[in-house]
Design a protein around this ligand. Structure first.
Ligand SMILES: Cc1cc2nc3c(=O)[nH]c(=O)nc-3n(C[C@H](O)[C@H](O)[C@H](O)COP(=O)(O)O)c2cc1C
Length: 256
């Protein structure tokens, strides 16, 4: 299988890079082909702006969606974006590794999604607006996994913890950016208290991470509800009989 590791931490001694190195070693030993997008190392352009559209369809007004659709359809995207799209399309699984910064991914990685997730491919799939999203779309059939280094202790992210549960904080990424495009998203691998790991704790982290990597193609994904399987009759809101009375993010995850 082909596996793409996208990571966003330039420091070679960081926990994130340690997880990248283990992933490369474990997955390669399993016979997979591992490809990397080292975003800092590539000096990835994080900002999505007018330079992404050298051949504008409308020079008068910058419509990001309209220009993304035009550039993707007419082969006039920038070469860095095209190259990353090729890597994602060739991948059977995409693993994104990053330190938690302000409850999210570092800006350079958010910019990777903003620029690489083009209209016609990752959203507006086949130019059909929202017809194919949440479980369908250009990246259907691929697996996705987040591996996150978290500075705070696990209690802060526990069900009643002061920060809120990590999986809910990451919902815009797991559900809004990955499942949206059709990917199957695995439960997040998180390392809490990343700055305070002693040798024993680090060994446990390494063992858990190896275990999760072994299960990359077998573990059950987060059971996000599909747009087109009946839970959302108008493709916008949940039917009354699905998760009755429940609101908020958890309503979009089926009971297991
Ligand atoms: C800009 C910035 C924002 C951060 N935001 C958070 C945060 O929201 N929650 C948290 O628990 N830790 C936060 N941290 C701590 C990082 O998560 C921590 O430094 C990281 O997990 C260490 O892993 P690394 O060695 O891979 O960088 C932040 C750190 C930085 C530099």
């Amino acid at each position: 299988m082909n596996i793409l590791l996208v990571h966003a931490q330039p420091e070679s001694t960081s926990l994130t890079r340690h997880l990248v190195n283990i992933a490369t070693e474990v997955l390669t030993a399993q016979g997979h082909t591992v490809v990397e997008s080292d975003l800092y190392g590539m000096a990835w352009k994080a900002v999505f702006d007018g330079r992404d559209f050298p051949n504008r369809s409308n020079p008068e007004r910058l419509s990001f969606i309209g220009e993304s659709e035009h550039a993707f359809a007419h082969g006039c995207q920038t070469s860095d974006v095209e190259q990353e799209q090729r890597k994602v399309l060739a991948a059977d699984a995409v693993i994104m590794l990053f330190p938690l910064w302000w409850f999210s991914m570092p800006a350079i990685m958010k910019g990777w999604i903003e620029r690489v997730w083009a209209y016609g491919l990752a959203y507006g799939y086949q130019g059909k607006g929202n017809a194919h999203r949440y479980g369908e779309g250009g990246f259907m059939g691929k697996r996705a996994l987040l591996a996150v280094s978290v500075g705070g202790p696990e209690q802060d992210y526990s069900p009643r913890g002061i920060n809120g549960p990590l999986e809910q904080l990451l919902f815009p990424i797991t559900h809004g950016a990955l499942f949206y495009t059709g990917m199957e998203v695995l439960p997040t691998f998180a390392v809490y208290g990343s700055g305070r790991l002693d040798a024993d704790a680090l060994r446990r982290v390494e063992a858990n991470w190896r275990n999760r990597l072994e299960g990359l193609f077998d573990d059950a994904p987060i059971p996000f509800r599909l747009q087109n399987e009946g839970s959302y009759p108008d493709h916008h809101a949940l039917a009354d009989h699905i998760a009755p009375g429940q609101t908020g993010l958890a309503a979009h995850i089926a009971d297991t």
